[in-house]
Design a protein around this ligand. Sequence first.
Ligand SMILES: Nc1nc2c(ncn2[C@@H]2O[C@H](COP(=O)(O)OP(=O)(O)O)[C@@H](O)[C@H]2O)c(=O)[nH]1
Ligand SMILES: [Mg+2]
Length: 294
Amino acid sequence: MRCGFVAVVGRPNVGKSTLINAVMGTKVSIVTAKPQTTRHRILAVYTSGDVQIVFVDTPGLHRKAGKAMNRMMNRTAANALADAELVLFVTEAGRWTDEDGDVLRRLQQISAPVIAVLNKVDLVHPKEKLLEVIAEASARHEFAEILPVSARKRDNLDTMLSLIPKYLPESPQLFPADMRTDRSVEFHAAEVIREKLTLSLHQELPYGLTVQIERFEVEAERTTINAIIWVERNSQKGIVVGKGGSVLKRVGKAARLELKQSLGRPVHLELWVKVKDNWADSEKDLLSLGYESP
Ligand SMILES: Nc1nc2c(ncn2[C@@H]2O[C@H](COP(=O)(O)OP(=O)(O)O)[C@@H](O)[C@H]2O)c(=O)[nH]1
Ligand SMILES: [Mg+2]
């Protein structure tokens, strides 16, 4: 067997979680068009024949590390690098930014091989431009491989999967073959609710929200889930609830439908909005809300 941890890193929004979900063929990690969607280290275990690849999804490494939560996210991503046998450095093909440069500088300090994954090639036009993008990447660093892919269109992911094993050590299987993630169904439920909230709300608000599952009960006919949506300030409460509860209703319905599908049984979902002053800037609140501080 060849098995090992493969850290998937990059700046926010380059498509790290989309890439992992595409490879897994199931939604392990939530995805939105907004940065900071992934806040935790999430393992996705891919087992096929004599190979087990443990993808480590990470929060995007970013510059604006103002609040305690942002610092915690950057730490989480940096720590994932320390344990990795291989790193997938995800960027957007043809859209290199200073934040990508920051991430690359970190990667130049570790000993694990780094594969440059140039994602979103579906957005590169004309296609000939891709050769230029690959040449630019190879000039930046001596990558183990440079791989143009489209996570959204599932382009070139088989090539990626076939290249990874040779960088992994020979090792007994690390996790049971039928295990897909280290995260619980409760965690997944909270994440799906936060995804729907993030998709429904605008501007800064999604960053000030977190979801806590208060009750998760598997009953005979259905699963009952009660969740609290924590906001940072009283003024945010009304926005999350919406006029006549409209936002909360929309979010609840979208989350319930998705959870019904992923759990394979009817779901009864109840949501409450509560205020915890400045929780995102308090190490203590972060811990109590499930944000591990590595
Ligand atoms: N066009 C295009 N969009 C993508 C691709 N991969 C991801 N995205 C989009 O990029 C945004 C950020 O994706 P996400 O996986 O959350 O990025 P992360 O922050 O790096 O985990 C989402 O809107 C995705 O749908 C891709 O291959 N092509
Ligand atoms: Mg993500």
